[in-house]
Write a protein that binds this ligand. Structure first.
Ligand code: G3P
Length: 223
């Protein structure tokens, strides 16, 4: 499963890239608002200089022409931009027209397998079911990921399931087991995936034992 970072924070993206685990990035207006300080376009271009993987840029227009105008604008920024379009009747039409123009899209705000199926049929290359937001309202978000991954596989659809709204490391494991092609994770969750208290304890113990062995050898050689 590919791992994308769900952030517009350049430092976080650079760090994950240095770790060798970054396959792409997803952004949205909320994530952009969190960092600010530069235009959305400048941030997207910087992200595209760090990773050659897909970088999602989200449109905010309510109508098809507006979405298309934004899609063309973002797609022109870098070859790896994927335009994020929300699920709706308007969104489906915009996705379909982007496909006709060769612009890759990520259909966002998917909460049912049927929405994902329609987005794939319209031509979206990435389908983003939101796991955490479904869990928040007492539903099981991972069911949508599993159903959609099965539908894509059974019908050999040309789309990848991107598990979004990931809130904790267990979501990542479950998304991988459910057949998601990609999980997009906040940087904090990526850090949580790295850590385990027994790993930390083991590193301290190995260092301690190494130093004791070296000290014993030095004492012996000094005899
Ligand atoms: O990329 C969009 C998605 O991952 C949002 O997550 O935590 O705001 O539900 P969240």
């Amino acid at each position: 499963m590919k791992i994308f970072l769900d952030t517009a924070d350049i430092d976080e993206i650079r760090t994950a890239a240095r770790w060798g685990v970054l396959d792409g990035v997803t952004t949205n207006p909320t994530l952009y608002a969190r960092v600010g300080g530069a235009s959305y376009e400048a941030i997207l271009q910087e992200i595209c200089r760090i990773t050659s993987g897909p970088v999602s840029a989200e449109v905010v227009s309510d109508d098809v022409d507006g979405m298309l105008e934004e899609a063309r604008h973002y797609a022109a920024l870098a070859p790896n931009i994927v335009v994020k379009i929300p699920m709706s009747e308007t969104g489906l039409e915009a996705i379909s027209r982007c496909k006709a123009e060769g612009i890759k899209t990520n259909c966002t705000l998917i909460f049912t397998a049927n929405q994902g199926l329609l987005a794939a049929k319209a031509g979206a290359s990435l389908l983003s079911p939101f796991v955490g937001r479904l869990d928040d309202i007492n539903e099981e978000g991972m069911i949508v990921v599993r159903e959609l991954a099965e539908i894509v596989a059974i019908h050999e659809l040309e789309a990848e399931v991107l598990a979004a709204s990931i809130r904790h490391p267990r979501h990542v494991t479950e998304a991988a087991l459910a057949g998601a092609h990609i999980a997009t994770v906040p940087f904090k969750v990526l850090q949580q995936m790295v850590r385990h208290p027994l790993t930390d304890k083991g590193i301290v113990q190995f260092k301690k034992d190494w130093e004791a062995a070296r000290a014993a050898l030095a004492a012996k050689q000094g005899d």
